[in-house]
Design a protein around this ligand. Structure first.
Ligand code: NAP
Ligand code: GLV
Length: 324
């Protein structure tokens, strides 16, 4: 029997699976725990199922003397100090695959909304009514079909975004650390250096993890390369984009539009973004369908059950064994 803390409201049937295995489960249902609260709550737990908003750093891990496994409800693990976990022999698991297609769907929803000014047109109609069909349109957008799509980070989600572009007859460029021969063969995508991708793409979708290399990967210079007709979509992590530079580029007409699901200082949103009509903003809902959230819950429970019974979770991002 082990103690398991789940830091968020959860599917009862998934809690039951942990209890059926004999574990004592605590589900925190209020607002996200503060770092101080989390430090207190992890003292006696062996298993932790946590949110991307929970910062699992050295200090938290130091308090969690009995902790054996952390299962993050998401694929990005930039909220967790993986090397500190490894040093302490704590396994860290995440939930890839379960959310890939759902997140790619949202990437496309944002791309289409930004290109065709859906949010702006909707807001104008509600505020001012429908003035009648005009030939020279008030909300003239950009054609998506036949354009060039640049994908930064051709991993699981990047490839799923790219696959959807086939239906729009798009040319696909990508930038990734390694060559993706399978995606090139399947989709005719071409790998390009980041600068070339930005200069040649009409639409750029960011699908990289947040790392020291990708923090502010897109700043003033990169936005200049994308240019005044370019559209930027961020479904990765907020700090991949320098938001100050983005707001300035949009204000000064140096970028056509942007669509963001993620923000530099979540849950805060840069006030400059809120004033701009040609920005689509969603509150980090990439994986937010009930079916997908259910799959993610099941994957995280599987990970905790495996680790607490002496096995290895399927999706392990830190092995739980100190490197020699
Ligand atoms: P993944 O399969 O690991 O793909 C990430 C890709 O980024 C990999 O192909 C990797 O290249 C590439 N990459 C890493 N560093 C790079 C760099 N410096 N320059 C260029 N490419 C780089 O991960 P995924 O499942 O697609 O998820 C990607 C990210 O999306 C997550 O880490 C998370 O932050 C974000 N996400 C957001 C939401 C949301 O709700 N908005 C939902 C899910 C995920 P290599 O393959 O060559 O290593
Ligand atoms: C969501 O942002 C995730 O990383 O799964």
């Amino acid at each position: 029997m082990a103690n398991v803390l789940i830091t968020t409201e959860f599917f009862p049937e998934e809690v039951d699976r942990l209890r059926a295995a004999g574990h004592e489960v605590t589900v925190h249902e209020g607002p996200t725990l503060s770092p101080e609260e989390l430090r207190e709550r992890v003292r006696d737990v062996e298993g932790l199922i946590c949110l991307l908003a929970d910062r699992i750093d050295e200090e938290i891990l130091a308090r969690a003397a009995r902790l054996r496994v952390v299962a993050n409800l998401g694929v990005g693990v930039d909220n967790i100090d993986l090397s500190a976990a490894t040093k302490r022999g704590i396994m860290v698991a995440n939930t890839p695959d379960a959310l890939t297609e759902t997140t790619a769907d949202l990437g496309w929803a944002l791309l289409m909304a930004a290109a065709r000014r859906v949010g702006e047109a909707d807001r104008d109609l509600r505020a001012h009514g429908f003035p009648g069909w005009t030939f020279l349109p008030q909300h003239a957008g950009l054609d998506v079909h036949g354009g060039t799509l640049g994908i930064v980070g051709m991993g699981r989600i990047g490839a799923a975004v790219a696959r959807r572009a086939r239906g729009f007859s798009m040319r696909i460029l990508y930038n990734s650390r390694t060559e993706k021969r399978d995606v090139e063969a399947e989709l005719g995508a071409r790998r390009a250096p980041l600068d070339e991708l930005l200069s040649e793409s009409d639409f750029v979708v960011l699908c990289v993890p947040l790392t020291s290399e990708t923090r502010h990967l897109i700043g003033k210079r990169e936005l200049e390369l994308l240019g005044p007709e370019g559209v930027l979509v961020n479904i990765s992590r907020g700090p991949v984009v320098d938001e100050d530079a983005l707001v300035r580029a949009l204000r000064e007409g140096r970028l056509r539009a942007a669509a963001l699901d993620v923000f530099e200082e979540e849950p805060q949103v840069h006030p400059g973004l809120l004033d701009l009509p040609h920005v689509v903003l969603t509150p980090h809902i990439g994986s937010a369908t009930l079916a997908t959230r259910h799959r993610m819950a099941a994957v995280s429970v599987d990970a905790v059950l495996a680790a607490l019974s002496g096995g290895r979770p399927k999706y392990l991002v830190a092995p739980g064994e100190a490197e020699s």
